[in-house]
Design a protein around this ligand. Structure first.
Ligand code: MN3
Length: 253
C-alpha cells in the first residue's frame, strides 16, 4: 500500500517536535495554518491519530515489510513496527488516560511526574517512528533533495556531502539508545543536525524534525549486530528524499 504523505489536507494538521510531543497545534486543515505559526509537520493520518476516537493509532507502513532489504531486513521491520512502535502507541494512550484520571480526581495525583515522563517518552516514540517509516523507501528509489531543500542544506552545512557526513557522525556517536536528526529551525531558516538520546532528549526546542535515523539497537541489531556505523552508512540508500522534500515544503510553505 502506498500513501501519498504530502497531500491529505482534509485531516487536521498537527505540528509537533520530537523533543516533546507537540500535539498542541491542531487546527482545521481547511485553513492549513497551525498554532505553531504555520509550520506544519505531520498530519493526523501520518502521525497516527484517530480524531474521532481521540486516541493514537499505529499507522501502517507505506510499503511492504521487506521493501527496505537488504539495508533493513524484513524481520527487523516486523518487530520494530508491530512490537516496538505499537508499544509506544499503547504507552502514549495509557499516559493520556492516567493524566485525564488525575484531572478528573480519580487518579493518583502524586504520579503526575511519572505519567508526564511517560507521555514525553511514548509520545515522542510514536512521532519519531511515524516519521521514520515515512521517510524511507526501497533502496536507491528515494530520489535527491528538491532544489529548495538542497539550497538550505548547502547554506546550512556547505554541501549535501558535508550534511551527510555530519549527520552520520552524529548518529554513530549517540550515547546509548537514540536518534540522529536533521531538523529545521524556522527562526533562523536553517537546518541543524542534532543527536537525540532515548526518544525525546537533546532535541532543541523550537526546531521541527525533518529526517531522523533510529539508532536504538532494535533498529539494526539482527542484521548488523554491534556495527551501528555500517547501518548508518547503508541507511542513506533508503532515505526517501521525495518525502523529505515535501515535508520541508510544508514546513516553509
Ligand atoms: Mn525504534
Amino acid at each position: 500500500m502506498t500513501q501519498d504523505h504530502g497531500i491529505d489536507r482534509r485531516t487536521a494538521i498537527t505540528a509537533l517536535g520530537a523533543g516533546a510531543l507537540g500535539i498542541a497545534a491542531t487546527t482545521s486543515a481547511s485553513s492549513g495554518v497551525s498554532a505553531a505559526g504555520g509550520h506544519v509537520f505531520l498530519t493526523a493520518n501520518e502521525l497516527g491519530y484517530d480524531a474521532d476516537g481521540h486516541t493514537y493509532v499505529l499507522p501502517d507502513l507505506p510499503y511492504a515489510y521487506d521493501a527496505l532489504e537488504p539495508v533493513i531486513d524484513e524481520q527487523t521491520m516486523r518487530i520494530h513496527h508491530d512490537k516496538h512502535h505499537a508499544g509506544y502507541v499503547r504507552g502514549l494512550n495509557r499516559a493520556l488516560t492516567n493524566l485525564a484520571a488525575i484531572r478528573n480526581g480519580t487518579g493518583d495525583a502524586s504520579l503526575i511526574k511519572h505519567w508526564s515522563r511517560e507521555l514525553a517518552f511514548h509520545g515522542s516514540g510514536h512521532a519519531n517512528h511515524s516519521l521514520f517509516w515515512m521517510t524511507m523507501t526501497a533502496p536507491g528509489s528515494g530520489a535527491e533533495p528538491s532544489a529548495a531543500l538542497a539550497e538550505i542544506i548547502n547554506r546550512s552545512f556547505g554541501s549535501i556531502a558535508k550534511m551527510k557526513m555530519h549527520f552520520a557522525a552524529a548518529a554513530k556517536a549517540v550515547e546509548g539508545s537514540g536518534w540522529g536528526w536533521l531538523a529545521y529551525e524556522p527562526a533562523s531558516g536553517t537546518l541543524q543536525v542534532l543527536q537525540g538520546e532515548k526518544q525525546q532528549n537533546m532535541l532543541t526546542t523550537g526546531v521541527l524534525p525533518l529526517l531522523g535515523i533510529d539508532v536504538w539497537e532494535h533498529a539494526y541489531y539482527l542484521n548488523y549486530q554491534n556495527r551501528r556505523g555500517d547501518y548508518v552508512d547503508a541507511w542513506f540508500d533508503v532515505v526517501n528524499w521525495s518525502v523529505v522534500s515535501r515535508l520541508f515544503n510544508r514546513m516553509t510553505g
